[in-house]
Design a protein around this ligand. Structure first.
Ligand SMILES: Cc1cc2nc3c(=O)[nH]c(=O)nc-3n(C[C@H](O)[C@H](O)[C@H](O)COP(=O)(O)OP(=O)(O)OC[C@H]3O[C@@H](n4cnc5c(N)ncnc54)[C@H](O)[C@@H]3O)c2cc1C
Length: 399
């Protein structure tokens, strides 16, 4: 039986900001009504990672349980971890309650980027070592990790009198990207005016928010200074001991809590795609087909159209997911894959700093030096409100 006679099967791996909108958009396409859609994800819910900073603030989980929505749209769900790809045979191997192999006609890979530990000697031992109650090193990628961090923050006695020998208490954040900055903002609010608690942001990169207009960057730096968040930039952390973090430039920072906010991709399970897979993600054509593999597509953080990584934002992940859904629907109904290139049409980005500060870049990413100086941005209390509105808009789009 050829594809024209039977129901085509589209499998989407990963139900994050790219995979979930992709599955729903495909289900909504009129010309894909005869298509069987399967979504594979480790859990039957999405971690709303863009709003994790708010979970740190108020303790309420930031999750979207999507089973009801999938049922409504007739999308089949498989709970499990995809651990093997066989693109030649069009087979996907999934490990869950039971192991299964899923045959497909079209595959969309949307497994995102995974926390890759920064190369710091001694880090792994301290991360693995203590029992949850004694934990002092935290990742910041999902609700469980954020709740553990919150618990540790609440257990600390923040009063200056409690410091042994009057020593200050150090919360060190490794990674001064947008996540690290938002975490610093929350910790600064949490710490209040206590002068004995120090918040230190460490990054190998020389500056924060490099893609933001210069004025916006300066406003954020002013917020950091006002909130007494210290920064150690331009030199990476290299070694961690029980009490100290060593920086390549010779600085040594004492630490009591360490929060890892450095990103990174992990693509080990994608090696089956050969040269298309690298530590940078999956190389794709301009229309987000995986290079060298017809009927295979990549969206979200993993996608590198024409070898170039897209900015890692939820906004772009969703746009790429919906784009590929429409492309597959058109291909299934006409038998020809549209060649239109994916074009990111909104590169806006919002970075909060506690509930009342932060900056946001609007529209496209400024390319020229003049653009970096003058392109539109927002700052102050509207940033948190706009982030809240973006979450509501995202969830509304999933109905
Ligand atoms: C803490 C944090 C804060 C962020 N804040 C913002 C922000 O404010 N604004 C913004 O625009 N962007 C933000 N980002 C970036 C944004 O979240 C990403 O760009 C976006 O999540 C990418 O979407 P994705 O679908 O590619 O990957 P993800 O959303 O990470 O989804 C990947 C999904 O695949 C699943 N998965 C992975 N491997 C497998 C497997 N082998 N088998 C089955 N399932 C698998 C995962 O469980 C997950 O559900 C933030 C990221 C983080 C980590």
């Amino acid at each position: 039986m050829n594809l024209a006679q039977r129901t085509p099967h589209v499998v989407i791996v990963g139900a994050g900001y790219a995979g979930l909108p992709c599955a729903l958009e495909l289900a909504r396409q009129k010309n894909a009504k005869r298509t069987r859609i399967t979504l594979v994800n480790r859990e039957p819910r999405q971690e709303l990672v863009c709003d994790l900073y708010r979970a740190l603030r108020n303790g309420r989980p930031e999750l979207f349980p999507f089973l009801k929505t999938l049922r409504k749209h007739g999308i089949h769900f498989v709970e499990g971890s995809a651990h093997g790809f066989e693109p030649e045979a069009k087979l996907l191997h999934v490990r869950g309650d039971r192991a299964q192999s899923i045959a497909y006609d079209e595959l969309v890979v949307a497994t995102g980027s995974k926390a890759k530990l920064p190369q710091i000697d001694g880090l792994q031992e301290l991360l693995d070592g203590p029992s949850p109650l004694d934990r002092r090193v935290f990742l910041f990628r999902n609700n469980t990790q954020v709740q553990a961090l919150r618990l540790a923050l609440r257990r600390i006695d923040w009063s200056p009198e409690s410091r042994p020998g009057g020593r200050d208490l150090f919360c060190v954040i490794v990674g001064a990207g947008t996540t690290g900055l938002e975490v610093a903002g929350e910790l600064a609010t949490f710490r209040g005016r206590n002068p004995a608690c120090r918040i230190v942001l460490v990054d190998g990169k020389p500056d924060i928010l490099p893609d933001f207009p210069m004025l916006a960057r300066n406003i954020y730096k002013r917020d950091l200074r006002r909130a007494r968040v210290e920064t150690v930039l331009g030199s990476p952390a290299t070694k961690l001991t029980e009490k100290e973090l060593h920086i390549e430039n010779g600085q040594v920072i004492p630490w009591d809590l360490l929060i890892l906010c450095s990103g990174g991709r992990s693509t080990s399970t994608l090696r089956a795609f050969g040269p298309a897979a690298s530590d940078e993600g999956l190389a794709a054509s301009a229309n987000l087909g995986i290079a060298g593999w017809p009927h295979h597509h990549v969206i979200g953080d993993l996608a590198r159209p024409d070898g170039v990584g897209l900015p890692l934002t939820a906004q772009l992940a969703g746009q790429s997911g919906r784009f590929v859904a429409r492309k597959i629907a058109a291909a299934l109904s006409t038998g020809r894959t549209p060649r239109d290139a994916f074009e990111a049409n909104d590169l806006g980005s919002l970075v909060s700093f506690g509930p009342y500060a932060g900056v946001g870049r609007l529209g496209g990413a400024p390319e020229s030096p003049l653009g970096r100086l003058v392109s539109p941005f927002v700052f102050g209390p509207p940033v948190d409100e706009l982030k809240r509105a973006a979450k509501i808009r995202y969830l509304w789009g999933l109905r």
